[in-house]
Design a protein around this ligand. Structure first.
Ligand SMILES: NC(=O)c1ccc[n+]([C@@H]2O[C@H](COP(=O)([O-])OP(=O)(O)OC[C@H]3O[C@@H](n4cnc5c(N)ncnc54)[C@H](O)[C@@H]3O)[C@@H](O)[C@H]2O)c1
Length: 260
């Protein structure tokens, strides 16, 4: 490891499971964490992209990696994913739940199917992945969990009520998990990104004028780069954040603040 990198390494060297790690914020978190030497498991619906990211991390940072294709809409695949992960990463001490989906369906268009499609990935999966990782997290000192929520948890948006509900739910889940796991030495937090240039936002950004509209909502006058969220995730999983639990860190360039 380069000396500059070594000085950035604070605390646990255990493996990190990153759901949604094949793209956007999950991938950026994987890069930030591999950069400080943490072994990485990429769990993603897109198996090919997950393989590509895992391979690239191994080549760039010389860390152990594993890619697992998994559909987090169901809980039955989690145990199998964990078994494969343990094969490459015997010691797991962190989770980043970055897998997420959004569907435009205002309340008049909502169906039970569209509601579940969003809630199952964004919220339900977080609870059950944490459940499956409990023995690992509790065994390893300095373990921590980060769920990627959103400023939509606080602001809400008429076009995407299921998404906003899933993200607000994630904040409640975060505090509940933090309460339960604190006696076991496990910290649990959420990150609330604002508008980040990832494939998820790509479609919206193709609407004329939307980019400028979103940029105007920020104090910094621009959208976020995924790595600007990834570095915050890395901080929350490090010992630098040893007294931070049961809270959310807003990474939005000032959107929420400017709306107060
Ligand atoms: N991009 C933004 O502006 C923004 C803002 C706030 C919060 N977020 C949140 O950040 C997280 C990451 O989003 P992103 O912007 O990087 O999007 P992205 O689309 O680039 O990445 C999401 C990843 O989740 C994976 N995924 C989706 N459904 C899955 C499933 N059923 N099982 C397993 N994996 C699945 C996708 O394959 C993809 O790799 C999401 O939770 C999103 O809600 C994004």
């Amino acid at each position: 490891m380069l000396p500059a990198m070594a000085s950035m390494t604070v605390g646990p060297t255990t493996g990190v499971v990153i759901t949604g790690g094949a793209s956007g914020i999950g991938e950026a978190s994987a890069i930030a964490l591999a950069e400080v030497g943490r072994p990485i498991a990429i769990w993603d619906l897109d198996g090919d992209k997950a393989e590509g990211v895992a391979r690239s991390l191994k080549e760039r940072f010389d860390v152990a990696t594993v890619a697992v294709q998994i559909d987090l809409t169901g809980s039955d695949a989690i145990e199998a994913a964990l078994e494969v992960t343990h094969g490459e990463l015997p010691s797991i001490g962190a989770l980043v739940h970055a897998a997420g989906v959004v569907q435009v369906a205002p309340v008049d268009d909502l169906t039970e199917q569209s509601w579940s499609a969003v809630l199952d990935v964004n919220l339900r999966a977080h609870a059950f992945v944490v459940q499956s990782l409990l023995p690992d997290l509790c065994r390893n000192a300095g373990s921590a969990v980060v769920g990627i929520a959103s400023i939509d948890a606080m602001l809400g948006h008429g076009a995407i009520p299921a998404y906003c509900a899933s993200k607000a739910g994630l904040l409640g889940l975060t505090r509940s998990l933090a309460d339960h796991l604190a006696p076991h030495g496990v910290r649990v937090n959420a990150v609330c990104p604002g508008y980040v240039e990832t494939p998820m936002l790509e479609l919206a950004l193709s609407v004329p004028g939307l980019r400028q509209n979103l940029e105007r909502q920020t104090l910094l006058g621009r959208l976020a780069r995924p790595e600007e969220v990834g570095r915050v995730v890395r901080f929350l999983l490090s010992d630098e954040a040893s007294y931070v639990t049961a809270t959310e860190l807003v990474v939005d360039g000032g959107v929420v603040s400017s709306q107060r």
